[in-house]
Design a protein around this ligand. Structure first.
Ligand SMILES: CC(C)(COP(=O)(O)OP(=O)(O)OC[C@H]1O[C@@H](n2cnc3c(N)ncnc32)[C@H](O)[C@@H]1OP(=O)(O)O)[C@@H](O)C(=O)NCCC(=O)NCCS
Length: 145
């Protein structure tokens, strides 16, 4: 069984989440996770999905406050072995619940074009022009909570 959890900044679960984000998102693009990134994540919300059989983190994401109304969802990552089983969808739903409970009314994100459909199924809509960053094309996506 899988369960969604809040992860404390600086905990060993947080280290596990950094590792997973690196393996799934950064390493394939040849990017590094720099220690300076940690410092700015202290004020973010960190969310994970645990497989209770072996207590392993199989997915996660981070939420970065933009202003009093908006929070940005970033680095949604599901372990390769667990993709396509509903973990991503459940993580996003849980993140929306936590963002709403924390007082935010709008969730915003930059989605790679390859995952735009995944977010559209979850009620996100594209806003504005697509754009490129470091050779990757992104769409701005938003959802009112
Ligand atoms: C993209 C990702 C987060 C999706 O999570 P997941 O657990 O594999 O997806 P789910 O099983 O929850 O899928 C939910 C639905 O979206 C669909 N879906 C999954 N990935 C999709 C994609 N890339 N494009 C379109 N639809 C997708 C599923 O088929 C499923 O449809 P259903 O409801 O009809 O069954 C995950 O596959 C992942 O980490 N991929 C690699 C990293 C990545 O690209 N992250 C996004 C960074 S912006």
């Amino acid at each position: 069984m899988k369960k969604m959890i809040d992860i404390d900044f600086g905990s060993s679960r947080y280290d596990e989440l950094v590792e997973l984000r690196y393996k799934i998102l950064l390493e394939p693009l040849g990017l590094k996770f720099l220690d300076m990134h940690r410092t700015r994540e202290a004020g973010y919300l960190h969310i994970g999905c645990i497989e209770s059989l072996d207590d392993r983190l199989v997915g996660g994401l981070i939420l970065a406050p933009v202003n009093d109304e908006e929070i940005r969802m970033m680095q949604v990552a599901v372990d390769t072995k667990y993709q396509g089983e509903g973990v991503g969808r459940d993580l996003v739903h849980y993140a929306e619940k936590r963002a709403k409970e924390a007082g935010y009314s709008r969730l915003v994100m930059h989605a790679m074009l390859s995952v735009v459909n995944f977010y559209e199924r979850l009620g996100y809509r594209q806003e504005g022009e697509i754009f490129e960053d470091k050779g990757i094309t992104f769409a701005r996506m938003v959802k009112d909570l």
